[in-house]
Design a protein around this ligand. Structure first.
Ligand code: URA
Length: 438
């Protein structure tokens, strides 16, 4: 595409017009080849965020992203292949519970993940808190492991959807992440390139998510489902609450410990357990299992230890110390300072969920810039949910810190981040919508 056309395309989007699939492909293809500048793409993105990208543009964008790199061929696998993706939240370790649950149910998951940017690491960073755990598996190793035990979690290579990596980095620094079309095309391009026939999305809504409004999250879920189905993948989504941390842990090793505790059945009824069961059941539904049967099946696989044993086999297969399953807190790295925050008696009215994530990031659990080193041991443990009563004597949050000074800095902020009041408060519904499911 002649460079001269680029400003005209940006201007059309700025004025509320639509770009054709060929125009988007030409524009972004030239960007990947280094012929179009960051500033020009940033201008297009901002115009699209303000004016809105159409559904046709979102579909076209997804195709451009998928075609920018390699795709994974899972056709040699024998079970139903499933992928699961969360749009991102605080204390969200459902993948580490849902994947072994689904593997125990006979599904196959080859999960290619990235490293996190933000309050805590991504799934790969969290898993690396387990001593010896390897995420740099070759495609052949992933395929063999998935065929043998039903799951593998590996680092996505830079050959998979390279344009998404470049665009995401630009969106991150230009305040253009929170667009439904951009999120949907980014998420779905990676799922389509990942090769699974069944795709379950966990679209988060609330202060700790990219989208705070339920209607926006439902629109995003519907757009993702339509893009997946248009590409022949059975796709469904749950819209789930992110107005409060999902699991008790916020921080890499702490999240692994909490996920293992869920798999061990030690956290019945908590929100992470409930969300994981709902997601695993929804994924099974996509593979054709009737809804009530799917729920019963995943509950049974959690209760009888089958999912825990899959997790043990998964850790061992990737070189990790599988005794972490028996003694997570003994095996995982621990922070030298742990201190509890005891709020006054009352009811938990709500959280600054994003701020809680940021506090964990400030302790060292998150990466503010690509390449930053994480402190895998530090973070927060949140023992309360919205609607709970607190008695003024028990810790509501435990701070895991590298130094006393770090711990004190976080303790000083918690009263502003966790809202306690005299009025009774209602718990927040965990699963707020189901899209593309029966
Ligand atoms: N997750 C993604 O993979 N991409 C986005 O754009 C937002 C969340």
């Amino acid at each position: 595409m002649a460079t001269l056309e680029i400003p005209a395309l940006i201007a059309r989007k700025r004025d509320g017009g639509e770009l054709t699939p060929d125009e988007l492909a030409g524009f972004l293809g030239a960007y990947l080849d280094g012929e179009v500048e960051d500033a020009q793409v940033a201008a297009l993105l901002m115009a699209g965020v303000i004016r809105g990208f159409t559904e046709a543009e979102a579909v076209a964008l997804t195709e451009v992203l998928v075609r920018s790199g390699d795709t994974v061929d899972l056709s040699a696998l024998t079970g139903p292949t499933v992928d699961k993706h969360s749009t991102g939240g605080v204390g969200d370790t459902t993948t580490l519970i849902v994947a072994p649950l689904l593997a125990a149910a006979g599904a196959q998951l080859a999960k290619l993940s990235g490293r996190g940017l933000g309050h805590t690491g991504g799934t790969l960073d969290k898993l690396e808190a387990i001593p010896g755990f390897r995420v740099d598996l070759s495609a052949a190793e992933v395929a063999t492991q998935v065929q043998e035990i039903g799951l593998a979690v590996a680092a996505a290579t830079s050959d998979l959807v390279p344009l998404d990596k470049k665009l995401y980095a630009l969106r991150d620094v230009t305040a253009t992440v929170a667009s439904k079309a951009l999120i949907a095309s980014s998420v779905m391009s990676k799922k389509l390139a990942g090769g699974a026939d069944h795709v379950l999305l966990d679209v988060k809504v609330g202060d700790g998510a990219f989208l705070a409004e339920p209607a926006d999250a439902a629109d995003l879920a519907e757009l993702c489902v339509r893009i997946g189905e248009a590409h022949g993948r059975r796709t469904g989504a749950l819209v789930t609450d992110m107005s409060q941390p999902l699991g008790a842990g916020i921080g890499n090793a702490i999240e692994i410990a909490v996920a293992i505790e869920v798999l061990r059945g030690d956290r019945p009824g908590d929100r992470l357990t409930d969300a994981s069961l709902a997601l695993a059941a929804a994924a099974l539904e996509l593979t054709g299992v009737p809804s009530d049967q799917a729920r019963e099946q995943v509950e049974a696989l959690l209760a009888d230890g089958s999912a825990l044993e899959r997790f043990r086999a998964f850790v061992a297969a990737q070189g990790g110390d599988s005794s972490v399953v028996d003694d997570p807190r003994g095996v995982l790295p621990a922070a030298p300072i742990t201190t509890g925050w005891v709020p006054p008696a009352g009811s938990v009215q709500g959280f600054g969920c994003r701020r809680l994530g940021e506090l964990a990031g400030r302790l060292g659990a998150g990466r503010m810039r690509q390449g930053d080193t994480l402190d895998l041991a530090v973070g927060l443990e949140v023992h309360i949910s919205t609607g709970d009563r607190v008695d003024g004597t028990h810790p509501a949050v435990t701070v895991h810190a590298r130094s006393e000074e770090d711990a004190q800095a976080v303790l000083a902020e918690l009263p502003d981040v966790v809202r306690i009041g005299d009025q009774d408060a209602a718990p927040v519904e965990l699963v707020q919508a189901r899209v593309g499911l029966g």
